[in-house]
Design a protein around this ligand. Structure first.
Ligand code: ATP
Ligand code: MG
Length: 609
């Protein structure tokens, strides 16, 4: 079964058999979530609806969502972890719960292919449920549902085999809350036997054994508790189901392959690499090949998103830069010469353009950014080597036979010079590298950047605090004001809100003058002073557009959309949530206006507390 048939089958199953509405994949860059750089799961763009905002298409939704997990980058090179992947998901927003969710998951997996399922063998499958702890009881309900389909609870000491139910703690079988407080609950996971031999730990650990004899294919999360600020859990009023299944992993099983990289989603890119450089298929080269194939696919999707991310040293731009440079490095070590990343990207664009037309639309940008980045990186390599040659006499003069760790780290961090190349140059010059000291500097640096990341996280994924709502409202007022002052070419290109400030990216070709900034502020403050009520209506995309609502993110909401009205001043397609009245914002101040990319400006602003 090809990946495209699999996507279709999943959607059709949930639409036709169980009355779900299909929604399109949201952007890979979260629209109003300051806590993460990328959409990491299908539920992510749906947070407002899981928190209780009504969704225009109802209570049962299904989609295929583009995801990026930078946390998994280190694992790429194994058979099942990818930086970019597609997540198939179905949701109940306060509608059906455990019985239906498990029934449909099971039926979709086990119904024969000739009918509307995937025809997977139940005897190759294991499931897991939450074992219970001081916060919440064992999920006996979920286990009882699995028993209806012939699964049996694993006895203590029983050897791992298909058809069993295992119980695990929070680490494995619990989701959320996303921030400190909010919806959370137990989940049930489905695993499938890869057919590989068991490792010595398998019988003890069960299907979650990290040797990946069994791989996790699907996760059904049951949001049934609310974690309160005092750390206790209470039953949630709106109980939701949120499921996620990895498309590439399922395709691997259905195509009887050993690894995601052998499926139709990767094989053309891999074959191209093998044509470009005739390397031996050693296990080390196979790992490099997977990394290049994975990273180039992720880079193509990130560059190809309508958001207009380009390689840079911050945020998403930094991630894409690292992905491209790591691909180039591994490509070079496989023996690929000349610019090659855009060729691999071209293959992915061709494979995916029918499902993700934005790739075709943004093709020129993807290709030109890759070529530019490849040139820049070549330059970096030259510069790093020059710096190395410059340092070399000093090191040799001191009769060191080892390059000090901090010097190596400086080459790595400041010059962007890859460690492998530093090691190679050292070897050529009879030097060793002080790996322990290098690792020490590296760790220190990582801890510092992690501290930065935690600070960012304090907003919380599900943070719909009053401050965030008000700042979100302020971005709508800001966009409307900018369109009055600068013109109708202004469109939102990105937004990032924390409890402290808003950050708004928009299209505009040049720096704003101080007069334009003052005028924009003045307009927003006037609208705040007018105390306009904020209303929300539901309509079709076309109707919203005819009525002059703006919204570049309409693809996300399906045919019915929500429009937020702030008096007559601003009409914008948006998922919410917002303040009740513009007056709640008290006042508005722009702190900074700067460039982020060609044709895109960024404003940071605050409101009165
Ligand atoms: P794992 O333990 O294998 O890393 P996970 O617990 O992180 O998986 P979830 O967050 O539950 O996975 O995501 C739901 C589904 O998405 C998983 O069951 C899996 O099929 C898929 N998935 C998760 N991470 C990846 C990844 N990095 N690459 C490919 N598919 C993934
Ligand atoms: Mg994971």
């Amino acid at each position: 079964m090809f990946a495209k048939d699999l996507r279709r089958k999943f959607i059709d199953f949930f639409v036709e058999r169980c009355g779900h509405k299909e929604i399109p994949s949201a952007s890979i860059i979260p629209e109003h979530d300051p806590t993460v750089l990328f959409t990491t799961a299908g539920m992510h763009p749906l947070v407002p609806y899981l928190m209780g905002e009504p969704h225009p298409l109802g209570k049962r939704l299904v989609d295929v969502q583009k995801c990026v997990r930078t946390d998994d980058i280190e694992e790429v090179g194994d058979d099942v972890h990818l930086t970019f992947f597609e997540m198939l998901g179905n949701w109940s927003l306060g509608d059906y719960f455990k019985a239906e969710a498990i029934k449909w998951s099971y039926e979709f997996l086990a119904t024969p292919v000739k009918k509307d399922g995937l025809g997977l063998d139940k005897n190759m499958m294991c499931v897991s449920c939450f074992e219970g702890d001081k916060d919440a009881p064992r999920d006996a309900e979920a286990a009882a549902e699995w028993e209806k389909y012939g699964f049996k609870k694993a006895e203590s000491g029983e050897s791992l085999r298909g058809g069993l139910i295992y119980f695990y703690g929070k680490k494995q079988n619990w989701w959320g809350p996303a921030g400190q407080t909010g919806p959370c609950g137990p989940d049930t996971e489905m695993f499938y036997d890869t057919g590989r031999p068991k490792c010595p730990q398998c019988d003890k650990i069960g299907p979650a054994c990290p040797c990946e004899k069994y791989i996790e294919i699907w996760n059904d999360v049951f949001m049934q508790y609310n974690k309160k600020s005092d750390g206790t859990y209470e039953p949630l009023k709106q109980k939701n189901v949120d499921t996620g299944m990895g498309l590439e992993r399922i395709a691997t099983l259905l195509q009887s392959k050993k690894s995601c990289f052998e499926t139709d989603l990767f094989i053309y890119a891999i074959n191209r690499l093998r044509e470009m450089a005739k390397y031996e298929l050693t296990s080390e080269n196979l790992r490099k090949e997977k990394i290049v194939a994975d990273h180039m696919r992720a880079a193509t999707f990130i560059l190809g998103d309508n958001f207009g991310v380009v390689p840079s040293n911050v945020d998403q731009g930094y991630v894409v830069r690292r992905l491209i440079r790591r691909s180039i490095r591994h490509g070079i070590s496989l023996g690929v010469s000349g610019h090659f990343t855009h060729q691999i990207a071209g293959i992915y664009i061709k494979i995916y353009k029918d499902v993700y037309p934005e790739l075709e639309k943004n093709k020129d940008r993807i290709i030109s950014e890759l070529v530019k980045e490849e040139e820049k990186f070549a330059h970096t390599l030259v510069r790093g080597e020059r710096e190395f040659q410059h340092l070399l006499p000093k090191i040799l003069e001191k009769k060191f036979d080892t390059i000090p760790g901090d010097v190596a780290f400086n080459l790595y961090e400041t010059y962007g010079f890859p460690l492998e190349l530093i090691e190679e140059l050292c070897r050529e010059n009879g030097l060793k590298i002080d790996r322990a000291a290098f690792d020490e500097s590296y760790k220190k640096h990582q801890e510092m950047s992690r501290a930065g990341a935690t600070q960012k996280f304090s907003g919380g994924l599900a943070d719909h605090s009053d401050e965030v709502r008000k700042l979100h409202t302020a971005t709508h007022l800001l966009q409307a004001a900018l369109r009055q002052v600068l013109g109708n070419h202004v469109y939102q290109k990105g937004s990032n809100i924390t409890a402290e400030r808003l950050r708004f990216d928009f299209s505009h070709p040049q720096k704003m003058t101080p007069e334009e900034i003052a005028k924009t502020e003045k307009i927003v403050n006037e609208v705040i002073a007018q105390n306009l009520p904020i209303r929300c209506g539901e309509t079709t995309v076309d109707e919203a557009k005819t009525r002059g609502a703006i919204g570049v993110f309409d693809a996300k909401y399906g045919d019915k959309v929500k429009v937020y009205f702030m008096g007559d001043f601003s009409k914008e397609i948006c998922g919410g949530p917002h303040a009740d009245n513009t007056g709640n914002l008290k006042n508005f101040k722009i702190l900074k206006e700067e460039a982020v990319a060609a044709g895109i400006r960024r404003i940071k602003a605050v409101i009165g507390k």
